[in-house]
Design a protein around this ligand. Structure first.
Ligand SMILES: [Zn+2]
Length: 392
């Protein structure tokens, strides 16, 4: 398909909208309602419905807007409103001011992912002016960058909303279509034993020793996880991995440790692997606890989930991939990536999803983050074609 140039007026809108979005320092875990209300104000004249869903403090909000008829089968354009923190000393330009230098726009979130959001918002008036038979939805979340707290609340808020037939999650992929990513499940486990003198270990319960046995059980699953990898896995390595990244506990060499805490993760290539690991570790834990409690009934092993982000599982016949083929023309290459996105959560909620957006993931989360103006132009030109999909 011959690339259609972006409309110059729409590009002017993209850049001015991006200026405004970057100026909101919507760092993850801090309030984002000012930004969401600003975006709601831009959308309101063009939308048939806007649903806001808040966290329990009401200082953070998700937005789900509908342009066109309130029917199933629309296309959801999804992003997060938050950004990662900055240290201004590391930046050559002010991080919360979109600054154009040559063909690049610098600023926190320009790539990840306010650039995509600006493209979408600039196109809303165009879509609203069409006689759409299926809607465009704009979905924006909070706290994606730290725990993915917003998306599950947004998904819950859509129980009575029209059901999109596919979603494009506009993370920075350099405009390459991404059809799968591993999940990311992060945990902190705390082991509580009973201290004592190391010369009398049978009269105490070492939290460190039991923690190492728990960790040994986790690491011992590797061969089975290798065996469980789907034959057509597109990931490298192809199987689910686990990692224990931090361990701490105990007081001194001659003391039986009463406490031990460790931080660990798994990156499942398929949802069933996550339940496999949990089931196996529940059995390991039950036998450790039985031993520990025979000496000290208050002994405990407690695991706190920091986040459980579903992977985006490969689906060759995904309507979302078909959509990208229609928008891009032909049969574009479809890749996989190593980072997690909200696409896995949307897929798990029944909305087939792909990841595709302007900007380079390599500059995201770093000082001097930028997006190329050419990427924004190409993004606008491709998304503008959604109108063709939704008017027939
Ligand atoms: Zn992102």
């Amino acid at each position: 398909m011959v690339p259609v140039p972006a409309d110059p007026l729409e590009m002017r809108d993209v850049l001015s909208i991006l200026d405004d979005l970057v100026a909101f320092p919507s760092v993850a875990l801090t309030p984002n309602v000012d930004l969401i209300y600003h975006i709601e104000g831009l959308l309101r004249p063009h939308c048939t419905a806007i649903v806001l869903s808040h966290d329990e403090t009401a200082t953070k909000a998700n937005l789900f807007a509908t342009i066109g008829p309130a029917v199933d089968g629309g296309i959801m354009l999804a992003g997060h409103s938050d950004v990662v923190p900055v240290d201004p000393d590391d930046w050559d330009t002010p991080p919360f001011t979109a600054t154009r230098v040559g063909d690049r726009i610098f600023g926190r979130g320009t790539a990840d992912m306010k650039g995509f959001v600006a493209c979408v918002l600039a196109l809303v008036p165009r879509w609203a002016a069409l006689d759409l038979v299926r809607p465009v939805h704009v979905a924006l979340t909070f706290d994606e960058e730290d725990g993915f707290h917003g998306a599950p609340i947004l998904i819950d808020s859509l129980a009575d909303a029209p059901r999109p037939s596919s979603a494009i999650v506009g993370e920075p992929t350099g405009l390459q279509v991404v059809g799968a990513h591993k999940g990311c499940y992060e945990y902190t486990t705390r082991v509580t034993g009973m201290n004592g003198h190391s010369s009398q270990p049978t009269e105490a319960v070492s939290a460190v020793h039991h923690a190492t046995r728990w960790i040994g059980g986790l690491l011992g699953l590797e061969a089975e996880l290798v065996d469980r990898a789907p034959a057509d896995s597109r990931f490298e390595p192809p199987h689910t991995t686990t990692n224990v990244g931090v361990v701490g506990g105990g007081l001194a060499r001659c003391t039986v440790a009463a406490d031990c805490e460790f931080e660990w993760e798994m990156r499942p290539v398929q949802g069933t692997d996550a339940s496999f690991v949990k089931d196996r570790m529940a059995a390991v834990e039950a036998s450790l606890l039985a031993e520990m409690r025979s000496v000290h009934p208050e002994a405990a092993i407690e695991t706190e989930a920091v986040c459980e982000i579903d992977g985006l599982e490969w689906a060759e016949d995904s309507p979302a991939l078909d959509l990208m083929r229609a928008l891009l023309g032909g049969d574009p290459p479809v890749g996989v990536v190593a980072y997690g996105t909200e696409a896995g959560l949307y897929q798990a909620a029944g909305i087939p999803s792909v990841v595709w957006g302007p900007g380079d993931i390599a500059v995201a989360h770093r000082p001097d983050e930028f997006v190329e103006v050419a990427d924004l132009e190409a993004c606008v030109a491709v998304l503008a074609r959604l109108g063709d999909q939704l008017t027939r």
